[in-house]
Design a protein around this ligand. Sequence first.
Ligand SMILES: [Ca+2]
Length: 343
Amino acid sequence: MCAAALGLGLTGAALSPEGLAASTTSTATKRGPGWINPERLEAFFELMRLRHGMEPDWLNARFQVLTQQDRALALTNPPPDRPAADRPLPSLSRRLARNLDERTVREGRQLLVSQALFLERAEDLYGVPPEVIVGILGVETRYGRITGNFRALDTLASLGFQGERRRDFFLKELESLLVMGRRGDIDLLKSAGSFAGALGIPQFMPSSWQAWGVDFDQDGRVDLINSMADAMGSVANFLKSHGWKRDIPSFAPLRLRPRDDPSDFLVTRLKAEHRLGDIDRAFPIPKSWRSLSEDLPASLIRLPEPDAAPVYWLVSENFFAVTHYNRSYLYAASVLSLARAIT
Ligand SMILES: [Ca+2]
């Protein structure tokens, strides 16, 4: 049934002016799965030929079997006007409850022991503590248990050609995925991931896999889908490349007195914009931070807690390195709280 549907789609495409134009170029075979605009597909194939020397026939063989991922499209393009009353307010305590459940903490502690050799090597090389690496993997995929059921090739092509937002971003990721597939780094027809195309134990997008993936178990290939060691080394490499500094604490909850006004040191972006010495003069900061350099970049952030007083954390650049993994304070707070809970 699927093949018949594809055949009909292709016939329709070939009869359109774009389809005729496409069929006159390098090969006469019908292109793609039918639901992708033939002109755009041809332009993409041409780009891949020029940039990577990829033969249109090789590409076409992969594209013929693509399935449009309607669910990925729906999840990345949610209807804009859901009434505010239906949306749960962001909440630190709820996020922590979800990510620091008993099983996730217990399995994180087990991983610290079972993967100690790789984790220690990652800390030696990149300066990222074992519990932070494990914290990322816990929040991302529960240590590789939940990595998503969407075939990345389908998802990225659907979002890149049919999506409403960030098409260029997803096409660039599709390009990276195809380059990895062509090289034999991953099996394009099997590799499953999230609804946004993130892959494997650490949920790297294909371009991140290419840029920061590390063959940490030294078996000759970067495998973030099956190798826990490769996932751990790659997470550490990513964090170091995004500003993680060895032996610097990442966060400390602050207990503000009623007269304290945090606004001078509060940030809303993903960067520490103040000096620790200046914060120290204004607020009671934890003793362990007092021994650090006065010039250490630091700031305060406010974390949402709708049913109680707002929560303020003192944070360093290491906190923000984690937000480069996922651009959210609540995400980084979950990762670093899980890291603390398993140590
Ligand atoms: Ca490897």
